[in-house]
Design a protein around this ligand. Structure first.
Ligand code: ARG
Length: 460
């Protein structure tokens, strides 16, 4: 018998029963549902709406159900539609009439909004933990490679020399923002919808501040209609998750390129690469490719829920039951991707010689050559032109800037002196880029310290 069977003359069609039910996926919310119900019953009792005895029975009954679910001894049923009605039905089966009082001054609409918020709030913390571990790996690797010179690119064309540390720390900065974005969203979602009722609050003298505090919220939500209609928190999470996956995907793309024969900047550890069933020589970066690929599904999760929500009138509509799977899917994807990605980066071998070799071809010091003349008094635009002409000369002669003789250099500007060779040396180009945020060791050390401080502040 359905909990809501009163006004119906016929049983639900079997097809509808299965179609309508969400228990197959929302059973994940069992812990939050029980915590919410316990806080609700306690508040009802404190406000004199529920007897002390009923409350005690409810508390004990819910504790028992929680233990049984965790022990794997509860079988949920689609007849009871969702996790909320499964648990309430079970409670009444176990403790009798007291169980029937639990839903006083509450609706499944505020109940599901509460459970989902509680669940996501906790899960965000665990995504942040995963990200902090990735940050730690990046810091460790960056420390090892503060002097590893590599080409920096724009348009995927060799541009200016940087260090591998600088490159890794760029990603570390992005993940730092991802963490703060997730935490912002966690902060904003920390208002309690419980007590919004079906949509219009309740006539019972409930205390929404009590339940909000008991469940660790900063405050109850101020508008009951908003309380049951709002899914911004899920969308904010999915947006933050999408941006985070975009970062992981760009990083994956680079790792895939770096371990190709065309680059050979890194070698993946055997434990994080896969072979081919036909080509014996292959060592494929499947982990990075899958992370890049799974980015698509997280974007899909975001677009899916945005689309579900876009035309819904206030307040609750059953469409909103479609909010859970995309969020669960995005969470599962993040929980899978971040640790395996961090482990892969941790285990990969960096090949500094190859990076250096790549950085020494492609005129990455052409800007430094222009800067040399500028520092000797020539306006930058003129110096830029001369440096460009020298690059052209080198392409004709198939040599590098530092291969040109002083006589050849002086033909274009009398400002060139023997110290130019030191000025355009690869290591000088990197060491001298000491401007705030630059790749020089002083600067990457500061970046590493800032990220380590961020990690420490989060793990205290
Ligand atoms: N299973 C539902 C969901 O996930 C719970 C809320 C149902 N409320 C309702 N009025 N039918 O959205």
């Amino acid at each position: 018998m359905k909990l809501w069977a009163g006004r119906f003359q016929k049983p639900t069609d079997e097809l509808v029963n299965d179609f309508n039910a969400s228990i197959s996926f929302d059973q994940r919310l069992y812990k939050q549902d029980i915590a919410g119900s316990k806080a609700h019953a306690q508040m009802l009792s404190d406000c004199g709406i529920l007897t002390k005895e009923d409350n005690e029975q409810i508390q004990a009954g819910l504790d028992g159900i929680l233990a049984d679910i965790e022990a794997g001894n509860v079988e949920f049923s689609a007849d009871n539609e969702d996790i909320h009605m499964n648990i309430e039905t079970l409670l009444t089966e176990r403790i009798g009439d007291a169980g029937k009082c639990l839903h006083t001054a509450r609706s499944r609409n505020d109940q599901v909004a509460l459970d989902f918020r509680l669940y996501l709030r906790d899960e965000i913390s665990s995504v942040v933990e995963n990200l902090l571990q990735l940050e730690a790996v990046l810091c460790k690797k960056a420390k090892e490679h503060q002097k590893t010179v590599m080409p920096g690119y724009t348009h995927l064309q060799r541009a200016q020399p940087i260090t591998f540390a600088q490159h890794l720390l760029a990603y570390a900065s992005m993940f730092t923002r991802d963490i703060t974005r997730l935490e912002d969203c966690q902060k904003r979602m920390n208002e309690c919808p419980l007590g919004s009722g079906a949509l219009a609050g309740t006539t019972y003298p409930i205390d929404r501040f009590e339940t909000a505090a008991a469940l660790g919220f900063d405050a109850p939500m101020r508008n009951s209609l908003d309380g049951v209609s709002d899914r911004d928190y899920a969308l904010e999470f999915l947006s933050a998750a999408s941006i985070l996956m975009m970062h992981l995907s760009r990083f994956s793309e680079e790792i895939i390129a770096w371990c190709s024969w065309e680059f050979k900047f890194v070698e993946l550890d055997d434990a994080y690469a896969t072979g081919s069933s036909i080509m014996p020589q292959k060592k494929n970066p499947d982990v990075a490719e899958l992370v890049r690929g799974k980015t698509g599904r997280v974007y899909g999760d975001l677009m899916g829920l945005l689309t579900v929500m876009k035309s819904l009138p206030l307040a609750y509509n059953k469409d909103m039951q479609e909010d859970k799977e995309p969020v669960f899917d995005a969470l599962d994807t993040l929980h899978q991707c971040i640790p395996v990605f961090a482990a892969m980066v941790d285990a990969m071998t960096v090949l500094p010689q190859n990076m250096r070799a790549a950085a020494s071809r492609g005129f990455l010091n052409a800007t430094d050559c222009a800067d040399y003349l500028t520092k000797k008094g020539m306006p930058f635009r003129d110096a830029y032109k001369i440096s460009g002409k020298l690059v052209y000369l080198c392409t004709e002669k198939n040599c590098t800037l530092e291969d040109l003789s002083l006589t050849e250099l002086k033909k274009l500007s009398p400002l060139f002196a023997p110290d130019v060779y030191e000025a355009i040396r690869l290591d000088t180009c990197v060491c001298q880029r000491k401007s705030y945020g630059g790749p020089a060791v002083e600067q990457t050390s500061m970046q590493i310290a800032a990220i380590e401080h961020f990690i420490a502040a989060h793990t205290k």
